[in-house]
Design a protein around this ligand. Structure first.
Ligand SMILES: C[S@@+](CC[C@H](N)C(=O)[O-])C[C@H]1O[C@@H](n2cnc3c(N)ncnc32)[C@H](O)[C@@H]1O
Length: 267
């Protein structure tokens, strides 16, 4: 069964109507992650990875943070389009980049039905979003179709171990079955399952893993993270649990286990 976190209508009108939930989660990584492996930005902006005059599309671009975080690294010749199924997210991305000093294009679109001609792009980025698409393969077919021969898809996702400790909180203090629902959804395109999916539609696939354990000593940042997940949580029980753990050991451990694939369209 498709979960509501894979229902484009629910995502655009409720969960990702604006960036508040997404930002609560990003805050944890910003504060505590040291990023062990090469990241998407390192690969994308490494000289030679992508042509100097590339046409670039990001699907599920959220607040557009990839572009605002890397504004000085974007080659002058790139023509970049940001897109998302949520009009609210697209608007926030547009507002966030309005003073960036370069021109971006914006589109509201569903990754399963991309309104561009065949062979339109040299690079497509899909970060932490393919597991929200009800039929992942339909999005991969669309992305491959709009890529030119030799073009690449960079797709980031999480591994099954990612935030295992937060899943435990979800199980104890959240809606019944929500942790299992999240893992099932992730399995539709995770670091473990993504490569096989990509190999069906792309000629070459490279995998980059990135894992670390964070020692989180700020209870509130974790409480906000948990409350940003889908469904109702017992907030005071979550707060007590996290505060007790931090008081006992000095920190609450959170596993961050993510990565990305670089899939090349060979013909
Ligand atoms: C976890 S957020 C990631 C946002 C951004 N890529 C980042 O890394 O910060 C997932 C994003 O995908 C969007 N999304 C979900 N389903 C989508 C779909 N079928 N087509 C396009 N975007 C979608 C959501 O609205 C949300 O902005």
């Amino acid at each position: 069964m498709v979960s509501r976190m894979q229902d484009p209508e629910y995502l655009r009108s409720v969960h990702y109507r604006d960036s508040s939930r997404l930002n609560a989660r990003i805050e944890l990584w910003k504060r505590y992650s040291k990023g062990q492996g090469p990241g998407v930005a390192d690969w994308t902006f490494k000289p030679g990875s992508v042509a100097e005059n590339a046409d670039v599309l990001e699907v599920g671009s959220g607040t557009g943070r990839f572009w605002s975080d890397n504004i000085d690294r974007i080659p002058a010749g790139w023509d970049v389009t940001l897109s998302d199924v949520s009009p609210g997210m697209v608007e926030e991305a547009r507002e966030g980049l309005v003073d960036a000093g370069r021109v971006f294009s914006f589109e509201v679109l569903d990754a399963s039905s991309v309104p561009f001609e065949d062979d339109s792009f040299d690079l497509v980025i899909a970060s932490y979003m393919l597991y929200h698409v009800p039929d992942v393969d339909s999005a991969l077919v669309e992305i491959s179709r709009v890529l030119r021969s030799g073009g690449v898809l960079i797709a980031s996702t999480n591994s099954e171990q990612h935030i295992a400790e937060i899943r435990e909180i979800q199980t104890r203090f959240g809606p019944g079955g929500s942790a299992a629902d999240s893992v099932n959804r992730l399995n539709s395109f995770s670091m473990e399952t993504g490569e096989a999916q990509l190999r069906k539609r792309f000629g070459d696939v490279a995998t980059f893993n990135d894992s670390e354990v964070l020692a989180v000593d700020d209870a509130e940042i974790l409480v906000s993270y948990v409350l940003s997940l889908d469904g109702e949580f017992d907030e005071s029980a979550v707060r007590n649990h996290v505060e007790n753990q931090i008081a006992k050991t000095g920190a609450f451990s959170v596993t961050r286990s993510t990565g990305f694939f670089v899939a090349t369209k060979l013909q």
